[in-house]
Design a protein around this ligand. Structure first.
Ligand code: SF4
Ligand code: SF4
Length: 218
């Protein structure tokens, strides 16, 4: 980032580092469809993410809804190399606040006044009870604990996580079929599948003809 400038030159470096988390100020942008849910990804409470305040990978303490990224670098989906931000006039609050030359204000926004899926969807939205059901069968609030224990994790816990991973995938498959969901919509409604959240812990998904397994790092 450019730390010598005192104004935004719209160089796009911050956009290349990923899409912003949404805040209460952005609710209307999503509800009005200016930012469709297909452009969003949910990071569920407990998922591991880089915390810019501590500069560490930590479990997030609130659910976050972020603008999705693209490409290897996971640049914000609204960033165009030649033209810059394609929704500049309606960009999310965090993008307005971000000043790469003085990060105090943007750091104060980390996990503060953020919106979750329930704040975005209307109370009577048909997916609301389904999201709640998914949270019950596949919570991810123990990822940091799994991460800390690593190789010392007991066999019974590993089996429980494996079972949860299978429930997660079966649940998603059923709902995707019933509601004809696209992958982009699935990522908003349910976040990333548990097996993907386990990958940074060195856990791999093994698929045989009849079943799915998790292979834990030795
Ligand atoms: S805030 Fe972002 S777009 Fe603006 S100068 Fe800094 S890095 Fe570039
Ligand atoms: S919404 Fe626009 S300003 Fe914000 S990160 Fe994406 S491209 Fe950059």
């Amino acid at each position: 980032m450019h730390t010598t400038t005192m104004t935004c030159r719209r160089c796009g470096k911050c956009c290349e580092e990923g899409g912003p988390a949404l805040h209460t100020q952005d609710t209307d942008l999503v509800r009005s469809g200016q930012i469709p849910i297909a452009s969003l990804i949910t990071l569920r409470k407990g998922e591991l993410a880089h915390n810019p305040k501590t500069n560490k990978i930590q479990a997030i303490t609130v659910e976050l809804v972020k603008v999705i990224g693209t490409g290897r670098q996971w640049s914000c989906v609204y960033y165009q190399k030649e033209k810059g931000c394609s929704i500049y006039k309606d960009r999310p609050y965090a993008c307005r606040v971000l000043k790469c030359w003085n990060t105090e204000e943007i750091l104060a926004l980390v996990e503060k006044d953020t919106v979750d899926r329930y704040a975005i969807l209307a109370d009577d939205h048909p997916m609301v009870p389904i999201i709640r059901e998914h949270e019950k069968i596949c919570p991810c609030d123990d990822l940091e604990d799994l991460y800390m224990k690593g190789a010392a994790l007991g066999e019974s816990k590993k089996k429980e996580v494996e079972k949860r991973m299978r429930h997660d995938l079966r649940f998603r498959a059923r709902i995707i079929k019933d509601f004809d969901l696209k992958l982009s919509e699935e990522l908003f409604y349910f976040g990333r599948p548990l097996f993907q959240l386990l990958q940074p812990l060195g856990v791999r998904l093994i698929e045989t003809q009849n079943e799915l397994y998790l292979k834990w790092q030795e």
